[in-house]
Design a protein around this ligand. Sequence first.
Ligand SMILES: [Zn+2]
Length: 403
Amino acid sequence: MTDTEKTKKLYISDPYTWEFEARVIEVTEWDGHPAVVLEKTYFYPEGGGQPSDRGTLNGIPVTDVQEEDERVYHVLEKAWDSSPSAAGRVDGGRRFDHMQQHAGQHILSQVFVELFDGATKSFHLGEEVSTLEIALKNITDEEIEAVEKRANAVVFSNLEIRSRLVDEKDIHTVPLRRPPQKAGLLRVIEIADFDYSACGGTHPLRTGEIGPIKIIKWDRIRGNLRFEFLCGFRAVRDYIQKNRSIQQIANSLTISDREVVAAFSRLREDLKELKKEMKVLRTKLLEVEAEEFHAASKGPVIQELFKNREEDEIRTLALSLIRKAPHVVLFGLEAGERGHLVFARSDEIDIDLRELVPFVSPLIDGRGGGQPSLVQMAGTKMEGLSEALAAAAAYVNSQLSSC
Ligand SMILES: [Zn+2]
């Protein structure tokens, strides 16, 4: 066992072997967690925008894989079982998904160059979606469609994806999409006559394995455009889910899925119209209600405690009433967690309603104010509303009789 031995990275030349045996060359720690370094591995360590593999070593879950000084650290869920060799099993489903996303990114990056001269600024392979930042100022729906059609045509052509090592001094002979990020011996990923890039990630052998490539969203970031995209099974799952949603909407409206967007904008227009009509009707209804209150009133004071109505409505009703005849309106309202009081009077009645606030508002643990002809209060003690209305009525009646 030596701690200077490098790990042979077998996934580079063979990304499809996911089970292997290897000698343990160091039992150590990574970031406080148990870890082992192997003489060779098929586990891909995090790098180049691609997340690390998962799987097991001698049945112990591998929670992360990192590389330092060409040694690959397999971070373990629990301490190593001290055996000198490891039976490795890479989570092939996760790896193949990463291969699809990663190779799909190569294709998208080259298509953006081909169609719009848009260079790739960054790439992130996410757990659910991947993102690609492209040096472009703007893009239309039609242009995105052109990118998707071209990218998928490259997939369907089932081109070979080759990897080869090229020395730094000869790299100028390769038409790389962007300059290499490191020196020395470089690994070039070549999609036959289409794209050349220096990359250390894992890719399938042919573009057909990538499956569908779909851009699902874009936004602006740092003066560039950032695209969210899905490849392979991710795109298929997304299509299944979106198709199901659209079908559910279409079925509930008994229309075809092609009519959903038009139907939605019609519904939105209808809703807008209905809201307008409802506002007119509500105003008319309040007018009728005010008329009923006025007809039923036996004197100038009108007192009422409402439940679960809008505060605005109550105020409108009060203002409508005081315009009909000389009235003092004392309204209370229980709405949700709060109690409200709205007091209003006609111009002909000379009482300053603000005088009510100091002794009425404490009864509802509230506060408020207003003008001589209109005051409003709100508080948390709802059970005090009746008492508050009675106190206000007593005060107003005494003022009216002394006039
Ligand atoms: Zn790559």
